[in-house]
Design a protein around this ligand. Structure first.
Ligand code: SF4
Ligand code: SF4
Length: 708
């Protein structure tokens, strides 16, 4: 057996050296990137959360298991990697022991002859084989050749994926051959449990040579696989746990990350701030966490399959957004590493490559890709390895907007309006209180008192009602505002509003990448809120809700923020609001992305509708965490949608498949977007005239008051 040990060890040293060299290269490349100390700090100070994330996401495969059967297949293949490590300990033990004693009858000390372990090894190997068959079927059924753009694998490296399946298959069949041959020769550590290996031992000839060759093949395939893994998308085997460890908690959604330079949050007051370094303009500006995202992408295409931009024929695929950056990073890597080591590049081609803009007509990412994103979060939500696509998009937008001044011209109007008037429509701030007057003069609303904050919150006010720009200035959204004010009044909840003192929360500026303007608006609002002594806020707009709850704390504004559906649902539960009048309608609810996916408020709007007598709810195919965007997020509300099908039309087409009397939602932007698409459908005769889109608060007030 000496020759077996020599060949085995030589193969191992060679493969580990090749793989190790690649790992060192990947590590060095990531460290070329910008620092991200906040990621390490969070992991260091939230050990419990991180352990839970590893158990749930990595070992429990929570996200993948949502995609049965591919999730189940992946679960078994991944666990095979862990459990079959024991088989490799046995294989190496056998060749070493065989070389020393001449008999390769090695077993792992203490547990190595235990039938349970033998069973587990055979069971997981069989499950892994079945998983490979499932993967092969899924890949054939979802082949881009037949489904084209609709395939989630469209754009992925298909050959590499098949090669990896083939290599795992080789590892498994050689495993059984080696174990069966060992059993036939009386060298197998298990006398029970290992049902496949023992059965094979009964049929295979007792041959030392067969056992030796099988052992070498088994080890050899594993070593080749190791080299392939570190050079392919299967690198995620090693990097995914790290990417989960350093991802933003709880899930990379909710608030946008602070903008940082050299790892420190940007202070716009700082005179030393280099304005050229805002956001991310070149691949070398990527943080090491960004590189970890590149290394972790499995090319599974789950993100792409859920993306509203991709699904309406726009050029943005969140998968390709990551892969295009990754491919460019690998292309530039030798020069980046050399530059880091002090080499001064003079070759113009090399310099052009190093300076290649991340975004541009000739850049790595086309501007149409960057500006198609609605920040809906569907990609981040689905990604099994916690890649943070929105963070990449925001950082690139920040550079485009603040350094290059390059963004869709229509959004420029919104920016000017925010700068001059504090709202995206450019209306006078005095108009922010018009709805109060309208409510007071309406027949039903005469009794509703809406106190205004005058420097301080009124003594008895529990909530600051954050009305938002749309809620105060846009006619359809104003109906929600009035409904909520009336409902709070009926329930006896004391509140006050800021009126003209309220400015835009800053969400559209931040999502556009105009971080400076966001900071300005947010600081102004935080000052107003803090001076007024606000502790609790209720907001009707999910974008304001998200910004106030998740982003203002970055600037020192910390409040208890609820969305109106959360508060109204609670008031209904407590019996302070009683829906009594039946609404005999079939209603389908549209999840606003910034309420649902970004903040996990799925049940409360549905709970409210469930309490309204007569309402018959019908879910759309895409709902809750797989809900489909209305097209307004990510500042897209203020940009023209010139490419592909309109996202709001796609969503309304889906809503119409449920044949609804009403479409309900809980966001003023969704109301506008869906309302526009419904009106278009009505004009074309594709939707009934009575179809309308309403906020769940409007449904509730109608039932509570019995108004028609
Ligand atoms: S956030 Fe939404 S629109 Fe943007 S890339 Fe992800 S899925 Fe697509
Ligand atoms: S980014 Fe995530 S979801 Fe998208 S292809 Fe890569 S691993 Fe899959």
């Amino acid at each position: 057996m000496l020759w077996v040990a020599i060949i085995g060890l030589v193969m191992t040293v060679a493969a580990v050296a090749v793989a190790g060299r690649r790992v060192m290269f990947l590590f060095k490349l990531a460290t070329v990137g910008a620092p991200a100390p906040e990621r390490v700090e969070y992991a260091r100070t939230h050990v419990g959360d991180e352990i839970k994330a590893q158990l749930v996401e990595v070992f429990g495969q929570k996200k993948l298991l949502k995609w049965t059967p591919s999730g189940v297949a992946h679960f078994f293949v991944m666990w095979a990697f862990f459990i079959l490590l024991t088989v490799y300990i046995e294989a190496y033990g056998a060749i070493i022991q065989g070389a020393i004693t001449g008999t390769p009858d090695f077993h792992i000390p203490l547990i190595g002859t235990w039938g349970v372990l033998g069973f587990l090894q055979d069971f997981i190997a069989v499950a892994c084989l079945l998983g490979l068959v499932a993967f092969a079927i899924i890949r054939v059924k979802n082949s881009p050749k037949t489904l084209g753009r609709r395939s989630r694998f469209s754009g992925s490296h298909l050959g590499g994926a098949w090669l990896v399946l083939f290599m795992i298959f080789n590892i498994i069949w050689t495993l059984f051959l080696a174990r069966g041959a060992a059993a036939a020769n009386g060298n197998f550590p298990y006398s029970s449990g290992a049902f496949v290996s023992l059965a094979l031992g009964d049929v295979l000839p007792a041959s030392g040579l067969l056992e030796e060759i099988a052992l070498l093949l088994h080890i050899g395939f594993m070593l080749v696989f190791l080299v392939i893994v570190v050079n392919s998308k299967h690198l995620h085997v090693f990097t995914a746990p790290l990417n989960v460890l350093f991802s933003r908690r709880p899930d990379g959604l909710g608030g946008a990350p602070e903008m940082r330079v050299d790892g420190k949050p940007v202070d716009f007051e700082d005179e030393d701030l280099d304005p050229e370094r805002l956001g991310r303009g070149k691949i070398g500006d990527t943080t090491w966490k960004g590189f970890l995202d590149f290394y972790s992408c499995t090319e599974c295409g789950r993100c792409q399959s859920q993306c509203p931009a991709w699904n309406t024929d726009k050029p943005l695929s969140p998968k390709m957004l990551i892969l295009d950056q990754r491919d460019h990073a690998f292309k530039v890597a030798p020069y980046l590493l050399a530059a880091q080591a002090g080499v001064e590049h003079k070759d113009t081609d090399v310099l052009a490559l190093l300076e290649k803009p991340l975004v541009g007509e000739e850049g790595v990412i086309h501007p149409d890709v960057l500006w198609s994103c609605t920040n809906c979060g569907a990609c981040v939500e689905q990604c099994p390895v916690d890649i943070e696509h929105i963070d990449h998009i925001l950082d690139m937008r920040r550079y485009q907007v603040m350094v290059e001044s390059s963004f869709p011209s229509e959004a420029g109007v919104m920016v000017k309006n925010l700068e001059n008037k504090g709202n995206p429509w450019g209306m006078s701030e005095m108009k922010r209180a018009d709805w109060i007057e309208e409510l007071a003069t309406s027949v039903d609303g005469q009794h509703v008192e809406v106190p205004m904050v005058e420097d301080k919150m009124p003594e008895d006010a529990e909530y600051l009602f954050w009305v938002g720009c749309a809620g105060a200035l846009e006619d359809r959204a104003k109906k929600t505002t009035k409904a909520v004010a009336e409902l709070l009044h009926i329930a006896g909840v004391k509140f006050a509003v800021l009126g003209p003192m309220e400015a835009c929360s800053g969400d559209p500026a931040r999502r556009l990448g105009m971080e400076y303007l966001f900071n300005m608006l947010a600081q102004q609002n935080i000052e107003t809120l803090n001076e007024a002594g606000v502790k609790k806020i209720v907001a009707t707009c999910p974008h304001c809700f998200n910004t106030l709850a998740n982003e203002y704390p970055q600037l020192g504004g910390t409040y208890e923020v609820v969305h109106h559906t959360q508060l109204l649902s609670k008031l209904v539960d407590e019996g302070l609001l009683t829906p009594i009048t039946p609404i005999e309608e079939k209603i389908t609810y549209h999840d606003p992305c910034f309420l649902g996916r970004h903040n996990k408020v799925y049940s409360q709007p549905r709970d409210i509708m469930a309490k309204v007598p007569g309402v018959q709810t019908q879910e759309m195919h895409r709902h809750k965490d797989r809900g489909f965007c209305c097209g307004a997020g990510g500042a897209r509300m203020w940009m023209e949608e010139r490419i592909g099908k309109r996202i709001n039309t796609e969503r309304v087409d889906e809503a119409l498949t449920t044949n609804p009397d009403t479409v309900s939602t809980a966001c003023p932007f969704c109301m506008v977007m869906l309302g526009d698409a419904i009106n278009e459908k009505k004009n074309n005769g594709e939707a009934k005239e009575s179809l309308e889109v309403v906020d769940v608060a409007q449904l509730l007030i109608k039932s509570v008051k019995g108004a028609s």
